[in-house]
Ligand binder design. Structure first.
Ligand SMILES: C[S@@+](CC[C@H](N)C(=O)[O-])C[C@H]1O[C@@H](n2cnc3c(N)ncnc32)[C@H](O)[C@@H]1O
Length: 310
């Protein structure tokens, strides 16, 4: 497990994040510790990183990786959902973090390992849970839910036009036998999709199921909402997203928090009481350089947005 994940936009994100060498920073998506390590590299001995991941294997891997740093209290690790950023601050007896980072989605390790069951290119159980203590797997969902619900999830979270057709084939197929594996689902999708766009269709359906099973978009909204009150003035909220649904949530949240008034433009005086809590630092998202994409194809869809607490 030496080269398990190549961190994306590593320098760009941590350069924005670290503004105080002796600060306390939060990373919500520990993964294999790439960003946590880089944050740590930018701090002095008094600085500290508090990092979390819902995936137990990522958490366990990093417990080993950061053994010495944990002994020195420079790294604190949690196996919590990042939406609990405010709870983690409380446990750590902290009023504020000096910066908060999330590098959303899944790691290459999760995508490339059959046991993790995240990729349609490797046959495995159709699971897709990041947190294995969640009740429902992707297989439970597609075998138990109504055809309409499945179509809606594929459309909403996968932005897939053929969602109804795919859901219908799933519902027909499960009459004969429960759909258990990624290969079985892949076969069903292949029988419906235009072969020219098969890879795209497979990615969209698997993405949709993963987002649904892990309730990823709700977790992201909660994370953003819960981060602002525990972010120190001048501290930065740094988010790397990998698809348009995530990026839209981050962009809209930053835009709203950047406003000091939400009254109608023809209102004679402001009565809304809205307080501007963030200042946007990246008018346009930062994207990886051509050379980063060349070295790490998974970086191609990444978008980095940064806002500062005021
Ligand atoms: C792109 S990887 C992060 C990689 C990491 N920055 C690195 O350099 O190794 C995303 C990680 O976030 C975790 N994750 C996704 N949603 C989460 C959530 N709601 N709470 C905590 N961790 C989450 C995944 O399990 C995965 O390990």
């Amino acid at each position: 497990m030496s080269q398990v994940h190549t961190p994306v936009l590593l320098k760009e994100s941590t350069d924005y994040l670290v503004t105080k060498k002796d600060g306390v920073y939060f990373e919500g998506t520990l993964g294999f510790g790439g960003h946590t390590q880089e944050i740590l590299n930018g701090l002095n001995k008094k600085g500290c990183v508090v990092s979390t991941d819902v995936d137990k294997s990522a958490f366990n891997f990093c417990r080993e990786k950061f053994k010495d740093e944990q002994d020195e209290q420079r790294v604190k690790l949690y196996n919590f959902n990042f939406s609990l950023v405010d709870v983690i601050a409380k446990i750590e007896s902290l009023e504020f973090f000096d910066g908060i980072l999330a590098d959303l989605g899944v790691s290459s390790f999760q995508l490339d390992n059959a046991a993790a069951g995240f990729s349609y290119s490797i046959n495995s159980e159709l699971d897709l849970r990041l947190d294995k203590s969640l009740r429902k797997t992707a297989a439970d969902f597609i075998n138990q839910e109504s055809e309409e619900k499945i179509a809606n999830v594929i459309f909403e979270f996968g932005e897939e036009k053929n969602s109804r057709k795919i859901a219908h084939h799933i519902s027909e197929s499960r009459k004969n036998k429960r759909i258990e594996t990624t290969d079985e689902l892949k076969k069903i999708i292949s029988s419906v999709a235009n072969p020219k766009y098969l890879t795209k269709t497979l990615s969209r359906v698997f993405q949709a199921l993963r987002i649904y099973v892990n309730d990823e978009l709700s977790a992201l909204k909660l994370f953003l909402e819960n981060s602002v009150p525990v972010l120190n003035k001048g501290g930065r909220l740094v988010v790397i997203s990998y698809h348009s649904l995530e990026d839209r949530i981050v962009k809209e949240f930053f835009k709203y928090e950047n406003l000091s008034c939400i009254c109608s433009p023809d209102a004679p005086i402001c009565t809304c009481g809205k307080v501007k809590r963030l200042k946007i630092l990246t008018k346009k998202p930062i994207t990886p350089s051509e050379s980063e994409i060349k070295n790490n194809n998974r970086a191609r869809s990444a978008k980095l947005r940064v806002a500062e607490r005021i």
